[in-house]
Every structure is written in structure tokens, then in C-alpha cells.
Write a protein that binds this ligand. Structure first.
Ligand code: ZN
Length: 195
């Protein structure tokens, strides 16, 4: 079997970044530098050894207000890619390519403890560009290996959270089981409600 060339954790980071904004409720979990620091810590846990990857190095520097503004701008791009890919793949691809160019994304071959892996990193020292290079290249790989329809927005009427479907059959419509359950309950009620 051909192994997928995307990193599931980088794909999840992309989705989590987009979903820090809840478009229907208007809740925003990325409004402060502290929230950005927590997001980066959760997604790029610092290793006890000296920083081995660029994402790690980015994480060690405390984010600033400028980093926050840049990551919020990146979030708009990532959300647009996730929202658009299944209906306008060419448009989503243009956004990814522009973002990768802007981040000066650079592939690198890494070696550690008898293990080799490749990583797309950024040729700059900006936190946001490392994040952009990592997550946009992960979304690009999903589109290239599984197709653009794997990126999507939850069909729950009050949700609009984004998701990437890495499952075997690729039939995901809802962001979570909770949303799928809520939708099936609502459908059942509307079928059985007295007229
Ligand atoms: Zn949902």
C-alpha cells in the first residue's frame, strides 16, 4: 500500500487553526497573544532536547502581537481553502500556492535517532510562516493524494466548522459525531412532527 505523504498532525493543526473561529456564534479563540502561545504549545509540544525542527524553534520564542496578527491572517487563508476546495478546487489551489510562496516554503530532509523524515519548513524566522508552510503543504498533500473533496465544512446548520476527511471511504459530512447526531435527531423530529 502506498503511504500517504501528508502528516495527519499537520492536517489537524490546519483544521484546528481554522476552527478557532466559530463563524455562526462569532466566538474567537485566537484573540490574544496568550491564546496563540497556548495554540502553538498544544500543536508543537517542545521537546526536552535542543530544538530539532523549525516548528519547534518557532514555538520556543514567545509569540508577539505581530505574530498574532499574521497567524490570524493565515487563519483566513486556511479557512478559505477548507471552505472552497470541494466546490472550487482551482481557487483553493491558488490560495495554497500563494500562501506557500509567501511563506518561502522549503522542503528539508531530517534525521534523528535512526529515523529519516521530510518536512516542509520556511526559509524565514517568522512564526506564522513556519506554521503556514507546515499546514498549507499538508493540505496540498491531502488534495494531491485523496482529492479536493476531502476538505469541507460541517453540514450542521448551526456549525460551519471545517474538517479534513482522512477516512477510507471519505464520506464525512459533519465535523463531529455530536453534529451528525444532532442533525439526525432534527431530521427525525421534522419527519414525525404533527402538521
Ligand atoms: Zn459541526
Amino acid at each position: 500500500m502506498l503511504h500517504a505523504c501528508y502528516s495527519p498532525s499537520a492536517v489537524q493543526t490546519a483544521v484546528d487553526l481554522a476552527n478557532t473561529l466559530k463563524p455562526i456564534k462569532g466566538d474567537d479563540a485566537l484573540e490574544t497573544v496568550e491564546q496563540l502561545r497556548e495554540f502553538l504549545e498544544d500543536h508543537f509540544p517542545a521537546e526536552p532536547e535542543p530544538a530539532s525542527s523549525d516548528a519547534d524553534r518557532c514555538q520556543r520564542r514567545r509569540p508577539t502581537r505581530a505574530d498574532l496578527a499574521e497567524v490570524r491572517a493565515l487563519r483566513e487563508t486556511v479557512r478559505a481553502v477548507l471552505e472552497r476546495a470541494s466546490t472550487d478546487a482551482i481557487g483553493a489551489a491558488a490560495l495554497i500556492n500563494e500562501g506557500l510562496r509567501h511563506s518561502r516554503a522549503t522542503p528539508a530532509l531530517r534525521h534523528d535517532h535512526d529515523r529519516w523524515w521530510t518536512e516542509i519548513t520556511s526559509a524565514t524566522d517568522r512564526c506564522s510562516t513556519h506554521l503556514a508552510a507546515t499546514i498549507l503543504s499538508a493540505l496540498a498533500s491531502v488534495i494531491a493524494t485523496l482529492g479536493p473533496t476531502r476538505l469541507g465544512v460541517c453540514a450542521g446548520p448551526n456549525c460551519r466548522a471545517t474538517f479534513v476527511d482522512l477516512s477510507r471511504n471519505g464520506s464525512k459530512q459533519y465535523c463531529t459525531r455530536t453534529c451528525a447526531h444532532r442533525a439526525s435527531v432534527a431530521a427525525y423530529r421534522s419527519r414525525h412532527s404533527p402538521r
